[in-house]
Write a protein that binds this ligand. Structure first.
Ligand SMILES: NC(=O)c1ccc[n+]([C@@H]2O[C@H](COP(=O)([O-])OP(=O)(O)OC[C@H]3O[C@@H](n4cnc5c(N)ncnc54)[C@H](OP(=O)(O)O)[C@@H]3O)[C@@H](O)[C@H]2O)c1
Length: 307
């Protein structure tokens, strides 16, 4: 049976996944949001593969537990940078510390993410999902880019989502002032914005030894959405969790994208776990992508920095 493009993620999610046994000994990997779910399983797998880790996390206590576990179990070095991605000042500070302390970066994995069932604004007055899922990772990547280029070959992996298929991105109403906020579309908008900037960045990095790809980490049982109200939590635990998979598959897929030699020169692609997949048409609109790039530079202050 030939599946239509819009539904291709269904058969893809049942395909056998690619894995690699190639080790990452001593490679510096930076991952955001390592305290739970997808990120936690990714850093476990990276530590098992010998990577040196920098975990960028908002909860110091949870991060300390992960550090103890990884250092105890895998004898690797783990550095924690306490950073809340809903504050761009903290993102800038974390990037500054990394630039001071790490002369090379081999892999950057932007994983921290959130799903909001209600419209809540950040301290800067922006919708939270867009800010945390897209703007903060956009800024973090850009601030570390020179170091990634100096470290080439290097890889950037954006943990995106099939949620991009929900759409929701309206460049004239990023803050949902004029529309009724819907969680899935708010989440979708943030992931569409991120995908569109992946294609832009991949073009800019062509031939420079740094790749950038996006991936959907599978439909997996994690804490995503648990920041929302009791009803949402109940719905998630009772109705959604039973149909989801264990997040170990996400860790394995991220490791593959970070380590596999055959991925060394692949860039500007979207992966469903490890399967190369065509995103939704609205996430492939390069004209809108160029606008998103510009708006994101303005909102993060990068436009001002770059003059
Ligand atoms: N689970 C799925 O089925 C699924 C599907 C598609 C895509 N994804 C994507 O996978 C990524 C990881 O999500 P998950 O499912 O593993 O959810 P999760 O268990 O809730 O983990 C999210 C991680 O992001 C961190 N985080 C959230 N807001 C943050 C902020 N403001 N600043 C810094 N860190 C923050 C969380 O920190 P705390 O531990 O402190 O909360 C946690 O470490 C997200 O980008 C999500 O969109 C997940």
């Amino acid at each position: 049976m030939k599946w239509p493009d819009e539904l291709i993620f269904i058969p893809n999610s049942r395909m056998p996944q690619k894995t690699t046994t190639v080790r990452m000994d001593g490679r510096v990997c930076i991952l955001t949001g390592a305290t739970s779910g997808v990120g936690y399983h990714a850093v476990k797998r990276l530590a098992e593969g010998g990577a040196r880790l920098v975990l960028v996390c908002r909860n110091a206590e949870k991060a300390a537990h992960v550090k103890d576990e990884l250092e105890g179990e895998y004898r690797t070095s783990v550095r924690i940078l306490k950073t809340d991605f809903s504050r761009l000042a903290e993102v800038r500070k974390a990037a500054g510390t990394i630039l001071e302390e790490y002369p090379r970066i081999d892999v950057l994995i932007n994983n921290a993410g959130i799903h909001m069932s209600r419209r809540i604004l950040t301290e800067d007055g922006m919708e939270t999902a867009f800010y945390v899922n897209h703007l903060a990772s956009f800024l973090f990547t850009r601030l570390l880019l020179t170091r990634l280029l100096e470290s080439a070959p290097a890889r950037i992996i954006q943990i995106n989502s099939q949620g991009h298929r929900f759409g929701g991105l309206d460049l004239d109403d990023l803050n949902w002032d004029r529309r009724r906020y819907r969680g899935l579309q708010g989440y979708g908008a943030s992931k569409v914005a991120q995908l569109l900037t992946v294609w832009e960045l991949a073009d800019r990095l062509k031939g420079m030894g740094v790749t950038v790809n996006a991936m959907h980490p599978g439909g997996v049982r994690t804490n995503i959405g648990m920041n929302n109200g009791f009803l949402y939590q109940w719905y998630q635990r009772l109705l959604i969790w039973p149909i989801l998979k264990a997040p170990r598959i996400s860790g394995e897929a991220i490791y593959y994208l970070a380590a596999a030699p055959e991925m060394a020169e692949v860039s500007g692609r979207f992966f469903n776990l490890t399967i190369d997949e065509k995103p939704a048409p609205h996430a492939l609109d390069r004209a809108i992508g160029k606008q998103v790039w510009k708006i994101s530079e303005t909102l993060t202050g990068l436009a001002e920095m770059n003059g």
